[in-house]
Design a protein around this ligand. Structure first.
Ligand SMILES: NC(=O)c1ccc[n+]([C@@H]2O[C@H](COP(=O)([O-])OP(=O)(O)OC[C@H]3O[C@@H](n4cnc5c(N)ncnc54)[C@H](OP(=O)(O)O)[C@@H]3O)[C@@H](O)[C@H]2O)c1
Length: 243
């Protein structure tokens, strides 16, 4: 299989590259930190058919699209690049808000604007979005991140409805806490946090099974579902006390 992974220089993306590395698979790894990508390529070189590296900032949409255009016969694109603003009670600046949306939402469309016609023509392809459990509930300290992932859910759903008749599978993954550079910045207790390997194993399995939406870990998902069923005033009280 030929697989493009964005945000492949660390965390879930780098581990996805490790777990997809095999003599059957061609990997294309995209991120900004060239040194990390080349280090990963050396690590996986012997076990993988081929590894191409794309050094790109996903918020530079024009350059990003130029670099995506030459890619053909792709089987899977994993839209994993993402950032958070951390957890803070400060009001985010408009520049921070815009940059987060550029990375977490718009960059995915910049890539799909190029890839969708190709997938449509080949009548196959898997599009994997990496959303978040945080899209299901908005914590006051991470509202911008939550809103971006909720926007991503709506976008993924629309793409699925439109393109499934062309043999294109759309898979939306909503992870809870998984160890990565992103979560290493959190200075609070993260419920049910998973190792990077375990988190990615689950994601890979969901991709294999063509799950439309995959939310994990289950226990955390059930707690959030239960919270969302509570009367609004009670939910607000609990959310504020947890926050
Ligand atoms: N870890 C969790 O608990 C968790 C939970 C739910 C969802 N997620 C989602 O999982 C995805 C991966 O996050 P992670 O936890 O693995 O965090 P991470 O270790 O910080 O990885 C983020 C990746 O995104 C890339 N990236 C960020 N900004 C970019 C930009 N402007 N251009 C190109 N690449 C960029 C980074 O590469 P460079 O810095 O080299 O560019 C890095 O490879 C994100 O979408 C995140 O929202 C994570």
């Amino acid at each position: 299989m030929k697989i493009l992974i964005t945000g492949a220089s660390s965390g879930l993306g780098a581990e996805l590259a490790r777990q997809y590395a095999s003599s059957q698979n061609e990997l294309i790894l995209l991120a900004r930190r060239e040194d990390k990508l080349f280090k990963l390529r050396s690590e996986l070189f012997e076990i993988t058919k081929s590894i191409d590296i794309i050094v790109a900032d996903v918020t530079d949409f024009t350059t990003l699209q130029e670099k995506i255009k030459p890619i053909n016969n792709l089987d899977i694109v994993i839209l994993n690049a993402g950032i958070s603003l951390g957890h803070s009670d400060e009001i985010p600046t408009i520049a921070e808000f815009k940059n987060l949306y550029d990375v977490n939402v718009l960059s995915n469309h910049a890539i799909l604007e190029i890839l969708l016609p190709k997938f449509k023509e080949q009548q196959s392809g898997k599009i994997v979005f990496i959303s978040s459990l945080a899209s299901l509930i908005s914590m006051p300290s991470s509202k911008v991140y939550s809103s971006s992932k909720r926007a991503l859910n709506a976008y993924a759903e629309g793409i699925r409805y439109k393109y499934n008749k062309y043999g294109i599978k759309v898979i939306n993954i909503l992870p809870g806490f998984v160890k990565s550079e992103l979560t290493d910045k959190n200075d609070f207790n993260m419920p049910f946090i998973l190792s990077t390997q375990d988190g990615v194993k689950r994601i890979k399995k969901a991709i294999e099974k063509n799950k439309r939406i995959y939310v994990f870990p289950l226990r955390f998902y059930l707690i959030i579902r239960a919270l969302n069923l509570l009367p609004k005033f009670l939910r607000e009280k609990i959310v504020n006390s947890v926050n």
